[in-house]
Design a binder for this molecule. Structure first.
Ligand code: HEM
Length: 400
């Protein structure tokens, strides 16, 4: 049995990729030989446990003794200067996390998301109309992948149309790892001020939108108005870059696997399974699931000590060969077991159904309207973003 007293690791995180559509090859060796191992985080030199196997990942994400609270000693923080504000339940533990999540839950239920599908389809169609009118070529990220989730989330929240550009800009700046901390803080405060006013207005005079309904239910649910603002901010941040980058890398993955793409074009009804498989294969939230141990806990023969930080590598778990046959193959006919791209356990992505609807509508319409869609530059000229919280592409030059 190993423990946190084990010798210091020479490994550092993040690890280098060899090919743009596959996670770093070191993950596969770690899964085979050191599935739970110490690594040094290159941005603050602290040491955490890196968890690379599927079963261990699930165990940790299910066990609430592994805290998601930013303030728990050992939590692998990146932006230590800015503790998350009230309402940011992704960085909280139950029961508070559950109190806030429950307020939001009905708004992102299967029924509500199914009702939203035609709206999402409408946005997709409009964006493609505009892109097709302008091009070819086009930048699929700027013209399609970014505006789609921005429109969806602002519509869901009930943000007035004229303010949407502001939302788009602020979330983009906050998502860039290269943004200096003072700029990030300035933009975050701007967003908070805006949402303070918006939520106060919805609280006073509710409309037919998510924020208004949360305001109406918040007293009964014991949620403060500041927390509603925090939930809105969290949705903006969590539901935007993730979807945009998933559309970006997923499209590249399909284009690089022409047999799979041909199968999808010939059988559009396969879109649901295909989207799920793309999300497994191209898991964008590499640095997504972080925890800190609040007790000494044994996982897979390793004792993780109280106060140790843990990084559950979802992109590695989703390529675990003991769970997925030929995990490195993109196979849209795969009967995918529960993959972990949206996390697992009490913090599993509360927006995963909304994300899935957007991805399904986006890829279905994209390849139906533009069956000859292809990259407009060689793959090695596509600007992949290795330096961000979410893996993806900064731009995607395409033609048709
Ligand atoms: C492809 C798109 C997406 C991916 C890959 C993704 C991934 C994830 C992951 C891995 C987590 C778990 C983090 C953890 O365990 O610490 C998470 C949580 C979360 N996601 Fe997503 N997400 C996506 C889209 C969305 C959307 C569209 C929304 C909102 C509309 C959203 C809102 C959230 C929220 C609020 C949480 C926190 C849940 C909690 O802590 O209880 N996400 N997401």
């Amino acid at each position: 049995m190993s423990s946190s007293t084990a010798p210091t690791s020479e490994l550092t995180y993040p690890m280098a990729r060899e090919t743009v559509l596959d996670p770093p090859p070191t993950y596969a060796s770690l899964r085979a030989e050191h599935p739970i191992t110490r690594v040094r985080l290159d941005f603050d030199d602290s040491e955490v446990w890196l968890v690379t196997r599927y079963e261990d990942a699930k165990t940790i994400l299910t066990d609430t003794r592994f805290s998601s609270d930013f303030q728990t000693p050992g939590f692998p923080a990146r932006l230590t200067s800015q503790p998350p504000g009230p309402g940011t339940f992704i960085r909280m533990d139950p029961p508070d996390q559950q109190r806030l999540r429950h307020l939001l839950h009905p708004e992102l239920s299967r029924k509500r998301v199914d009702e939203l599908r035609p709206t999402v389809e409408g946005f997709v169609a409009e964006l493609l109309d505009r892109m097709i009118e302008k091009g070819p070529p086009a930048d699929l990220i700027a013209d399609f992948a970014l505006p789609l989730p921005s429109q969806v989330i602002t519509t869901l929240l009930g943000v007035p149309y004229e303010d949407r550009e502001f939302f788009h800009d602020t979330t983009r700046v906050m998502g860039e790892q290269t943004t200096p901390p003072e700029e990030r803080l300035r933009v975050r405060n701007q967003l908070k001020e805006y949402l303070d006013d918006l939520v106060a207005a919805k609280d006073a005079e509710p409309g037919d939108d998510l924020l208004s309904r949360m305001c109406e239910r918040r007293v009964e649910a014991d949620v403060s108005i500041e927390e509603v603002v925090g939930i809105a901010t969290l949705l903006m941040v969590a539901g935007y870059e993730t979807v945009a980058n998933q559309i970006g890398v997923g499209t590249v993955a399909l284009l690089q696997n022409p047999d799979q793409l041909a199968d999808l074009k010939a059988h559009p009804d396969k879109i649901r399974g295909a989207a799920d498989e793309i999300v497994r294969h191209q898991t964008v939230t590499d640095y997504g699931a972080r925890r800190a141990a609040t007790a000494d806990i044994e996982v897979g023969g390793t004792t993780i000590r109280k106060g140790d930080g843990v990084l559950v590598v979802l992109s590695s778990a989703n390529r675990d060969e003991s769970v997925f046959t030929d995990p490195d193959e993109l196979d849209i006919n795969r009967k995918t077991q529960d993959h972990l791209a949206f996390g697992w356990g009490p913090h599993q992505c509360v927006g995963h159904l909304l994300a899935r609807v957007q991805l399904e509508c986006a890829w279905a319409a994209l390849f139906e309207r533009l069956p000859d869609l292809r990259l407009d530059v060689p793959l090695d000229e596509v600007p992949f973003r290795f330096d961000m919280f979410v893996y993806g592409v900064r731009g995607l030059p395409v033609t048709w």
